[in-house]
Design a protein around this ligand. Structure first.
Ligand SMILES: [Zn+2]
Length: 354
């Protein structure tokens, strides 16, 4: 089934601490937004109930806001995801195992439900609606509490054979580094995530003045030696991992997302680009851009999966976007994007869509 017109969808991004829901109009415009705590301490069954309740609530919001039911729903979750079968296979964060979320949500809502991995969906959103519009090959690197990536190859986020592609946070970059949550030692996430930066600062600094990762970056900008040394360490570790990615996959663009991407570009994005450039020998240096969608990237990705599920081409879903804000590379040059440059993304319509 292919639709030529498009309409509102509901979208839900399930995180370890918060559920971000939205009613989304074509073009990725968020019309209504709601947030609920995940309260994962209640156990996975209760979280699933809340997910279904919030989806219901979003459908009611769509009706009251637009006077019509949504076209469909999109749902994205963390961890190991089987997006073909619609199953949330595993999440250490939420504690669930093999939950057939699509089946449950479709029964509850009576609507088609698109489904996927939260970070891959965020990468999809940046690709179709955000900083990587018109780009076919890119790395979407989300650096926040943890570190994960969307591997975008030939216009589509690549899931891998087991739904585990993009776990760049678990590349070993510092063999003598701390033990990671995954059990290995020296993973990128254990040395370069926002939480790793904040706790390294708390360990080395004044215990009564720990500071969040954003504050540590601010202190580095102000020239504080300890913060500067730690932020440089984060940039170096990220550069090692990005260099490995560049060497393997030769991306056109690296998009930095997640909480740390809110830092001023001169503090993180530009030093990261320079550190990667210094490591390359024959490889081509990609463009470096800050994500444009912030923490709504996952939710907008869920909306795109909803449209995709009901047969709306992603190019059509994206067409109503704001043309004034174009993607920028880290050197500040605006990148021209023609309307038809969303072309590669339409390849995202898999054969299972029709
Ligand atoms: Zn790890």
């Amino acid at each position: 089934m292919t639709r030529t017109s498009t309409g509102h969808v509901v979208a839900l991004d399930v995180g370890g601490t918060v559920l971000k829901g939205a009613v989304v109009a074509p073009g990725g415009r968020v019309v209504r937004e709601l947030r609920r705590p995940t309260d994962r301490d209640r156990g996975p069954a209760a979280v699933v109930d809340t997910v279904l309740d919030v989806l219901d609530e979003l459908v009611a919001l769509t009706r009251s806001t637009t006077g019509a039911p949504p076209f469909g729903a999109g749902l994205v979750v963390p961890g190991r995801v089987d997006d073909r079968r619609g199953v949330a296979q595993f999440s250490a964060n939420i504690g669930w195992t093999d939950v057939p979320l699509v089946e449950l949500a479709e029964q509850r809502l009576g609507l088609p439900v698109g489904f996927g991995h939260d970070v891959r969906a965020g990468g999809l959103a940046e690709l179709v609606l955000g900083a990587a519009r018109g780009v076919a090959d890119c790395l979407f690197l989300a650096v926040g509490t943890g570190i994960a990536a969307a591997v975008v190859v030939d216009g589509r986020p690549y899931a891998g054979a087991h739904g585990l592609a993009g776990e760049i946070g678990h590349l070993r970059v510092r063999p003598d580094g701390p033990t990671c949550g995954c059990g290995a030692r020296g993973c990128l996430e254990s040395v370069a995530s926002a939480s790793a930066l904040a706790s390294a600062y708390a360990r080395a600094g004044t215990p009564e003045d720990p500071g969040s990762a954003a504050e540590v970056i601010g202190r580095a900008a102000a020239g504080e030696p300890l913060a500067t040394r730690l932020v440089t360490g984060v940039v170096d570790a990220l550069a090692d991992a990005v260099t490995a990615y560049v060497t393997l996959l030769d991306p056109e663009v690296v998009v930095l997302g997640g909480g740390l991407a809110r830092a001023d570009e001169s503090l993180l994005l530009h030093p990261l680009r320079d550190a990667v450039a210094a490591r390359l020998t024959f490889q081509a240096l990609p463009g470096f851009r800050t994500g444009e969608l912030g923490d709504t990237a996952g939710c907008l990705g869920a909306a795109l999966l909803a449209w995709q599920r009901v047969g709306v081409p992603l190019s059509a879903a994206a067409d109503a976007r704001d043309p004034a804000a174009g993607p920028h590379d880290a050197d500040g040059a605006q990148v021209a994007v023609e309307d038809d440059e969303v072309g590669p993304a339409t390849g995202l319509q898999g054969p299972d869509v029709s």
